[in-house]
Design a protein. Sequence first.
Length: 136
Amino acid sequence: MSFIPKVGLIACSGEECTGGNVSRMAALKVLHKLKPHDTITICLPLFLAGDSGERGFAEVFPTITIDGCGKLCAARSTAKYSSEPAVKINVEDYMGPRCRGKEEQWRVNDGSAIVDKIAEDVAKHVEELRDALRDN
């Protein structure tokens, strides 16, 4: 049996819009429930601060960025400081380009349909990436 690396998940750390919360909840669902043995999370703030462990992983192993809005901070940062993400997900592609009010952003929860859909899509990408690594 050969070594097959885990896939790094880099979620948005934004708090201003609902998309940031959705991206983090989807990443955590993949990490803890859907693909716990196949994924790790990469801390975007540490990554941006120059942490060599976070950046080093993203340089060598495949990553999936889950951005909360069209600014694509996670995807752009990963490409700039390590390597191009294997998969880029933008929550706006699922929810549209709207930023909900502060009172509404906290209503999104772990059981929401949008979190479930994004997490399922991320899990499929994880499987595809690991299958491709297995085949090499």
